[in-house]
Design a protein around this ligand. Structure first.
Ligand code: GDP
Length: 444
């Protein structure tokens, strides 16, 4: 996401390199480039103009600081302005009420159903009892889709397939939630392909009747300027509380993220960055600004890791590492943890400066598939005792069997074993180093 914009903004700022001062003359060109970068990213024209006017004013008003290069100063100004443009500070979802009711609104295909499931999953992890409600009475497939997601996540889905009145269904669901002590009710509603009166009428009746603590407008970031227009049309009718911007993992140019806040005075609260239920991020304007400027988003990366990583498992593996007992079972378990963190390219792009480098790389999310297949074809003994495959007299025939079982070549099995051996050596070395200096490295 945002790679093109990042690149162009960096390019624009680079035009100031070498100057030791910001002047009306040298900043004019840079500002023009910044504006062009924003417009190319599909940012609304007026938003782009206001933005660059403000950057220019601040840049010219800066006192000259000898220690800071004009380029660096401008990065800071643009960073602050981007953060401000996207809403300044993070805004939480309001879950007051018993149960709290979250109503979803948006066009068909925007990602409402997917997001409903993601949010349910996110809240469940915070130990909340969540009920999902399927209110799309026009598309039976939509009810099925939510049910399937609910089943995967072990979250109950309330539906009334025979009832064609969404307001009634939602009311019944809230009653049901009260009786069954659910704390949050997430109501997924029907969308249409375009804004139409019937849909608006239905969603506003739902909002009036349910009085939700939070109404979220879900919008596909890939629709660019249209996203902003739809956001405005919905806002005029139902004054929602927050925006969910989905599909930011795709080719979205990011303009919607930058324009929505300026056009409707409502914050983006979440972003969707993939189809899997784990691909949900709380929206932090400052972190997003940092990402856009190629400064990475290490904080979000660490947070995601913390959410996913199983501490007990990490401790167990750590212990095995220290005792030089790391085996294939552990290796496999580590791969599963990494996979849970989501799209590899997306993760890499959170590291400072890396986003640009991986932009054109074809990083396959299936990269782990052959490794997993090979490990799965090992017997439990082989997984726990890698020596059986590395040095034992039966190693060759075992490797052949594994290659056959996994549908990979013996060469691939050998490669994996070689990598594993190298890893083992490195672990051993590290352990020795730590042992010899009384654990100094461990504390570093
Ligand atoms: P709804 O009609 O608004 O309920 O939309 P759906 O939830 O059915 O989503 C429409 C399509 O978009 C589905 O194929 C989803 O898998 C996909 N989708 C939803 N959110 C995301 C996202 O954040 N990233 C990507 N790449 N796809 C998404």
């Amino acid at each position: 996401m945002f790679e093109n914009l990042s690149e162009k903004l960096e390019g624009a700022i680079r035009t100031l390199k070498g100057s030791n001062r910001i002047t009306e003359v040298n900043v004019a060109n840079t500002i023009k480039e910044i504006r062009r970068a924003l417009l190319d990213a599909d940012v609304n024209y007026k938003v782009a103009k206001d933005f660059t006017d403000s950057v220019k004013e601040k840049a010219l008003g800066q006192k000259i600081q000898i220690a800071v290069e004009p380029g660096q100063m401008l990065v800071k100004i643009v960073y602050d302005e981007l953060t401000q443009l996207m809403g300044g500070t993070k805004q939480d979802i309001n879950l007051s009420g018993n149960p709290a009711i979250v109503l979803m609104a948006g066009l068909q295909g925007s990602g409402k159903t997917t997001f409903s499931a993601k949010l349910a999953h996110y809240l469940k992890k915070q130990n909340k009892r969540v009920l999902l409600v399927a209110c799309d009475v026009y598309r039976p497939a939509a009810i099925e889709q939510l049910k399937t997601l609910g089943q995967q996540l072990d979250i109950e889905v309330y539906s009334e397939p025979e009832n064609k009145n969404p307001v009634e269904i939602a009311q019944h669901a809230v009653e049901y939630a009260k009786q069954n002590k659910y704390q949050v009710v997430i109501v997924d509603t029907a969308g249409r392909l375009a804004v139409d009166e019937e849909m608006m009428d239905e969603i506003s009746r739902l909002k009036e009747t349910l009085q939700p603590s939070e109404t979220l407008f879900v919008v596909d970031a890939m629709t660019g300027q249209d996203a902003v227009n739809t956001a405005k049309a919905f806002y005029d009718r139902i004054q929602y509380d927050g925006v969910v911007l989905t599909k930011l993992d795709g080719d979205a140019r990011g303009g919607a993220a930058l324009s929505i806040r300026a056009v409707v005075d409502r914050p983006i609260k979440f972003i969707g960055t993939g189809e899997k239920v784990g691909d949900l991020d709380v929206f932090h304007p400052d972190r997003m600004a940092s990402r856009i400027l190629g400064m990475g988003d290490v904080v979000s990366l660490v947070e995601r890791a913390q959410q996913i990583f199983d501490e007990k498992e990490a401790e167990r593996i750590n212990k095995k590492l220290r005792q030089n007992q790391f085996d294939f079972q552990d290796f496999y378990s580590q791969i599963q943890q990494i996979k849970k963190m989501g799209n590899v390219k997306d993760l890499l792009s959170m590291l400072p400066g890396v986003g640009k480098m991986v932009k054109d790389l074809d990083i396959d999310d299936d990269a782990f598939v052959p490794i997993e297949a090979i490990i799965q074809s090992m017997t439990p003994q082989e997984r726990e005792n890698p020596a059986l495959l590395l040095t034992h007299r039966t190693a060759a025939s075992r490797k052949q069997r594994i290659a056959k079982g996994s549908g990979r070549s013996v060469q691939e099995v050998n490669n994996l074993l070689k990598q594993f051996e190298q890893m083992q050596k490195m672990i051993k070395k590290m352990n020795q180093m730590e042992g010899s200096d009384g654990g100094r490295l461990r504390r570093m």
